[in-house]
Design a protein around this ligand. Sequence first.
Ligand SMILES: C[S@@+](CC[C@H](N)C(=O)[O-])C[C@H]1O[C@@H](n2cnc3c(N)ncnc32)[C@H](O)[C@@H]1O
Length: 230
Amino acid sequence: MTQPAPIRRVLSRRPTMLDLYCCQGGAAKGYTDAGFDVTGVDLAPQPRYPYRFVQADAIAFALEHGAAFDFIHASPPCQHDTDCQRIQGNTHPDLIAPTRTALETTGRPWVIENVGGAVPKLRAPVMLCGQMFALANYRHRYFETGGGFTLTQPGHPAHLVPQAKMGRPVPSGHYGQFVGNFSGVPLARRVLGVPWMNRDGIRECIPPAYTEHIGRAAVAHLAPVLGVAA
Ligand SMILES: C[S@@+](CC[C@H](N)C(=O)[O-])C[C@H]1O[C@@H](n2cnc3c(N)ncnc32)[C@H](O)[C@@H]1O
């Protein structure tokens, strides 16, 4: 019996993604790999960001231009929510709620990402771990979704490999914790898949494997809106 020829479904155009609080582009790399045309926004200059870049306040930019993009990702700074910052009495502004409010006005599907310390401020976040993507690292990150876009929580493989102490050199047979003024930039670049970054970018970044996973779900979500070419 003749098998039906598989129909190749391709989006009629490359979807656009607004990458708010983009830093050096860990999130952006994953979305690009998933098929998005990415524009990054950060308050600080980001000469290492590999894609189109605009230096601006993320919330102001989202309010003015967010609706022009197919999908929006936001990684508000997490310093407010890390243990070491709390110990130091740091009072960075909490940008999660105002970012959510801005994203909701765009009418677009979106994701807000943050660290474990911010989980009480996130609504039903999905947690991603390096073990879900065969990375030699754990680096948990949390993703709230909105604007009609949802993610399914993947299963969480057990952590079987011990971790080096935070920021310390990584003994053989251990995973690194690349935070603070960590040692081992070349190792961290390899493990997280961010060869263009320096230490400042690595300590902040989402491993691109996580956002490639999210990006593929976003492309599937957008397909009915964007249309597919046979
Ligand atoms: C956690 S990092 C983002 C990491 C990035 N998603 C990645 O995967 O590489 C947060 C970034 O927010 C930027 N930032 C802080 N306040 C901002 C604001 N009001 N508007 C735009 N960017 C801001 C910081 O300069 C920093 O680069």
